[in-house]
Each structure stands twice: as C-alpha cells, then as structure tokens.
Design a protein around this ligand. Structure first.
Ligand code: MUC
Ligand code: MG
Length: 367
C-alpha cells in the first residue's frame, strides 16, 4: 500500500482559559490536522500542534512544509517503509512537529491495514495510563482551586506545576500553597520551561526541599551548559529535560554530559518511530521518562496515550494527558474520558481516530 497524498488542514479551537508558562501562552489550539491518503483507500490521521516558542514551527510553516516538501518527497512510498519516509523528510532539517504528525498518521494506516491497534503494535503493555495534570501560571489561590477541581472531577492526583516566573516572589509560594492545600498524598513536580537561571534554580530548590517534589523539568536553558551540570550535581531530585531533547542525539548529549537525569517523551515532536528509539535509549541507560504533553488536543492526547501504554517504562509514571480538558471543543467524534485519574487507551484499528466532519468544516481556517 502506497502513500498517494497528504493533507494538512489548519484549524483553530479556542481554550476556555489561557494556559500560561515561562516560554509562552496558549489561547487557542491553532493546530494542523494531518491526513495521509493511500492507494488502498485507508486514511491515517494525526494532529500537529505548532509551538513557535519551542521549535520555531508555526501553523503556517507546518502546513506549507507538509504541502511543499514532505508530501512530494514521500508520495509513492509504501506505508511500511517508515525509514524511507524519515530519510526523505530529514533532508529538510528541524520541523519536528510536522514530521511527527506524518509519522503517527502512517502508523494509523498500518494499524488499520492489520486490523490492530497502534498501541498493541508498538508494544501492547497496558490498556490505560494514570494521568498527570499541568497547572499553568496564575495567582496561588487560583492554581490551588484548579488542582482541587481537577482532583475532585477526574480523580487526578499528580500535578505538574509550571514555574519560571520570579521564583522568590511567585513560584515558590505557588508550589508551597499547592502542597499545603492538597496534602502529602498528591504528587507534585515542576516545569520551568527554561525560565530560571541555574543559580536561581538551585536556590529555589533549596527553598522547596520540604515540599517533596518528584522531579524538576527544564528549569534553565540547555545552552547554560556548565550551569545545568552544576545544578544537576547538587540537586536532591531528578532533573528532566524536555524541549532540549527533541532528537535522540540531544537526549544522549543531555544525559551523558550530566545535564539531565530523565527525559520527557512527547509523541507530538518525535512521533512513534523516533519515540520508540528514545524508549530504547533510556532503557539502555537506565533513565526514567515521563510522557509529556505539548498542549495537545484529544487527538494528540490519544496518540500520546497509545504510545505511553505500549511500554513498561513509559507506563510507569502518570502521563501528561489532560490539557484538552480546557478546550471549548475538539475534532474527535467520540470524546476522550478521564475517570478515577486514568485514561483508557482507545482501541483500534489503527489509532481509533474518528473525526467529526461537521466540526472540522466549522473550525478549519483554510476554507
Ligand atoms: C511542557 O512540558 O513544557 C509548554 C510548551 C510546550 O510545547 O509544551 C508545554 C508543556
Ligand atoms: Mg516541559
């Protein structure tokens, strides 16, 4: 079965409330729905969430690089020839989110053609994941109210707290308020999106040493090479790399240089094919991972869940799968559900993505 065409459909769905963090803010899901058509009549689908502040891609660039570069390069390639697809796409550097969506849509076709779920094809370890919820910037009392609502409505007890403002006037107080309000039984970890310096990170971590944080993610930029190693060498909790590890070589560099001790895997930026390699790399090195969220829609969260549930290493920790809860609407015909703190993996064939075509017609921005 061969690829005959690739569609890149830009759309916009507003969020109920903005998600704010150190490197940016999200007010609407201005994403691109990617459809891979084949001569067998099967169509694979995935979502591309452009993040200009992280990888430099925009909705317009994702749409045009797919239409003008990737579609011509891989039309005619067989759906099982994933390495050919990647070799051809990699003639164009960067553009991780556009490449990842094409990769996942191809896996969707493969699953459909075999009448198997992608999660089972990848590894089939479990059928559900515990969920971690991301709490964005707001005054401490609002952050606490959000975490309490999410715990009470969805049974989620793991929270990733966004930091990266002024640690000593804003962030430490917010994390402390969350721990005091939620008690010892919830799990808390922090994500700085590169907003702090290594020096302030060290001081802030000392001030939060009694708050039982599980780990800290991307507190300062990877380009602060020695600062980050210095921070890792004295931290009492693991330091995870996220946006600094968008490629396998970057994972190796951050881990072996001692600049990080764990990594976030986001299917939105490494698809399934490369994410699979990252799991092998981390397993071989004995390094912990978290399934991260790139402020994904239900389609993106469904893909992250399919991948996270496939392997013991990725299923070990609660996965970040709940950002879609803040969207006013979604393209999935059958909504994802989080109950008792868990999300069940959608069964196939493929990824099990059914799009509500009326909603797509309503939200697409190219017609
Ligand atoms: C995260 O983990 O950093 C913020 C920007 C982005 O691309 O993902 C988020 C969450
Ligand atoms: Mg992060």
């Amino acid at each position: 079965m061969k690829i005959t065409a690739i569609e890149a459909i830009p759309y916009a769905i507003p969020y109920r409330k903005p998600l704010r963090f150190a490197s940016g803010e999200i007010l609407a899901a201005e994403h691109v729905l990617v459809r891979v058509h084949t001569d067998g009549g099967l169509v694979g689908q995935a979502d591309a969430p452009p993040r200009p502040f992280t990888y430099g891609e925009t909705q317009a660039s994702v749409t045009s690089v797919i239409r003008d570069f990737f579609a011509p390069a891989i039309t005619g390639v067989g759906i099982l020839e994933r390495e050919v697809v990647h070799a051809r796409m990699d003639r164009t550097v960067a553009n991780p989110v556009a490449k990842a969506a094409i990769d996942m849509a191809i896996w969707d076709v493969i699953g459909q053609s075999l009448n198997a779920s992608v999660s089972e094809l990848l590894g089939g370890y479990t059928d559900r994941l515990r969920v971690s919820h991301m709490v964005g910037f707001a005054p401490p009392e609002q952050m606490v109210a959000e975490a309490e609502r999410i715990r009470d409505e969805y049974g989620i007890t793991t929270f990733k707290v966004k930091v990266g403002r002024d640690p000593f006037t804003d962030d430490v107080a917010a994390v402390r308020a969350l721990r005091e309000a939620m008690g010892p039984d919830v799990e808390l970890y922090i994500d700085g999106n590169r907003g702090w310096t290594a020096r302030d990170s060290a001081r802030a971590l000392r001030q939060m040493v009694d708050l039982d944080l599980t780990f800290a993610e991307e507190l300062c930029p990877a380009d602060d090479v020695l600062g980050r190693r210095w921070l890792v060498s004295q931290s009492t909790i693991p330091m995870f790399a996220d946006e600094s590890v968008a490629r396998p070589g970057e994972v190796t560099r951050e881990l072996l240089s001692g600049s990080a001790t764990g990594i976030s895997i986001k299917t939105s930026r490494t698809g399934f094919t490369t994410s699979q390699r990252l799991v092998g790399l981390c397993e071989g090195l004995g390094v912990d991972v978290v399934i991260g969220n790139q402020i994904d829609t239900q389609i993106g969260s469904l893909c992250a869940a399919a991948f996270g549930a496939a392997f013991p290493l990725t299923a070990r920790r609660p996965a970040e799968l709940s950002n879609f809860l803040d969207q006013t609407d979604d393209l999935l015909a059958e909504p994802l559900e989080i109950a008792d703190g868990e999300l069940r993996v959608r069964q196939g064939p493929g990824l099990g993505i059914a799009i509500d075509e009326d909603k797509l017609a309503h939200y697409r921005t190219d017609s």
